[in-house]
Design a protein around this ligand. Structure first.
Ligand SMILES: [Ca+2]
Ligand SMILES: [Ca+2]
Ligand SMILES: [Ca+2]
Ligand SMILES: [Ca+2]
Length: 467
């Protein structure tokens, strides 16, 4: 490179100095432009690990598709499905009182914002939820449109999703959570699991009790076929049951309680594995219940497995740690339990979920971290880089001093059938739908995995991160 000393420059005439400075300026600008372009090209090829805070990838930038204002029926508990007489893609807003009793259900079309029906009396002060609420949206009577299953006033009821007319109900103690169990034992119809604080009960399609077992507190069951016989077993807390109620294994030694769980073949040995956030150190189990490895968390709250590092048969495991001192730590582990990276400071109430179909024609999963009070929801890739920031505005919400991101929540599925997931964010004031701003180029080579009906949506839980 040519070097010019300051003395040599100032020995030139004034017009020559200006000319030289202009040439230098153009040189620097050109070099910067070429450098950024080369870095972006390298980033797109994925050949170089991106540092945290590197430019967002052009294929993953989120944009707002629409926004719904929630008037007096807003809630922090929202379920999704096809409701109303035409089966419109809808949100069901669930208001509860301080005793976790459901006080109002409001079905709203996501396309038109029209209120399709309302059951109960809306009250804007009943927006709050601090735990699971026993309600799900699922096609219980198998007519092709979703219905609403919920516990209220000592009974479990099913109302027709078309008009909220009652289809069935049975007396039952209010469970902590309701789970739709797609077991084969009822000739193709689903059963309902009432998961309580002291027991787990399976109801048949006619809402009669099939079996009930004592259990300890946990948030939400999960169905998984551990032995590949096409009949899913039921993980309820730390107990794994066959669909007939027979106990397969008991891992109550793992920790306080099962906060969240996920399953899939992490180590690519052909057998599904079970990941559990234990309120302590995360655990990955073989399907026989034996421990493969434990994580490093103080309070593992959310856990999910995915192809965050695409192109490998093995999968990785992401967790959120509610560490009391270092609250809100996002971690990613390799399939053998090696800690790959961690990201701190997401806040004490941070949540996380896996997004599978965001980047077009890609098998790459991303991690959505949300409910941080200090920043909008972010999409992370498997190398710990932020690859998308949701344009979610801080808002003055009830209970917050001034504008903050607050206790917003997230859900995600393919709302328009283009094979890509949309992300839905909501607080008690409004619901936003976000899509990927990148254009779809060519036909998708993927089978849409996130369209409705989707077991992850009809078995949605407050304690996300799981299947
Ligand atoms: Ca139905
Ligand atoms: Ca099975
Ligand atoms: Ca395995
Ligand atoms: Ca879509």
């Amino acid at each position: 490179m040519v070097r010019l000393s300051a003395r040599a420059v100032y020995s030139l005439s004034l017009p020559s100095q200006r000319l030289l400075r202009g040439v230098l300026f153009l040189f620097i600008v050109t070099a910067l432009v070429l450098g950024v372009s080369a870095a972006q090209a390298q980033s797109r090829k994925g050949g170089k690990p991106r540092a945290k805070g590197s430019p967002l990838r052009s294929l993953s930038a989120p944009k707002v598709l629409r926004k719904l204002d929630l008037k007096d029926f807003g809630s922090q508990v929202v379920k999704f499905g096809r409701l109303g007489s035409a089966g419109a893609l809808s949100a069901l807003f669930v208001q509860v009182n301080y005793d976790r009793e459901i006080t109002c259900l409001t079905a709203v079309s996501l396309d038109t914002s029209e209120v399709l029906w309302q059951l109960g009396t809306p009250d804007a002060s009943n927006y709050k939820a601090t735990s699971e609420i026993p309600v799900q949206v699922f096609d219980w009577n198998e007519d092709g449109f979703d219905d609403v299953i919920f516990a209220q006033s000592g009974s479990v009821a099913v109302v027709n999703g078309a008009d909220a007319s009652r289809l069935a109900s049975v007396q039952a103690e209010t469970p902590y959570s309701i789970f739709v169990y797609e077991t084969e034992q009822f000739g193709g119809s689903a059963g309902l699991v009432l998961h309580g604080r002291t027991s787990t009960t399976l109801l048949g399609p006619n809402l009669s009790v099939v079996w009930t077992r004592p259990n300890e507190f946990s948030h939400f069951p999960m169905a998984m076929d551990v032995d590949d016989d096409d009949e899913p077993e039921l993980l309820a807390g730390y107990l794994l049951f066959r669909s007939n109620g027979e106990l397969i294994w008991d891992r109550r030694d793992l920790g306080a309680h099962n906060d969240a769980s996920d399953f899939g073949d992490v180590d690519c040995d052909g057998e599904r594995d079970v990941a559990i956030a234990t309120s302590g150190k995360s655990a990955l189990l073989k399907r026989d219940g034996s421990i493969l490895w434990r994580g490093v968390e103080n309070h593992s709250q959310h856990i999910t497995m995915g192809s965050f590092l695409p192109g490998r048969c093995e999968r990785q495991i992401a967790t959120i740690d509610r560490d009391p001192g270092e609250s809100g730590i996002l971690r990613l582990y390799g399939h053998r339990g090696k800690l790959l990276w961690e990201s701190r400071g997401h806040g004490p109430k941070a949540m996380m979920t896996r997004i599978d179909d965001w980047i077009p024609q890609s098998e790459e999963s991303l991690i959505l971290v949300f409910r941080s009070f200090t920043q909008p929801p972010m999409l992370y890739d498997g190398k710990g880089a932020v690859v998308g920031k949701l344009p979610f505005p801080p808002a003055v919400v009830r209970g917050s001093k001034g504008a903050a991101y607050g206790k917003h929540y997230a859900q995600h599925f393919d709302t328009d059938g283009d094979g890509r997931e949309e992300i839905l964010l909501y607080n008690e004031r409004a619901l936003w739908v976000y899509g990927n701003s990148a254009a779809v180029v060519g036909a998708s080579n993927k089978k849409p995995s996130q369209a409705l009906p989707n077991p992850r949506i009809f078995n949605a839980t407050f304690y996300m991160g799981m299947q």
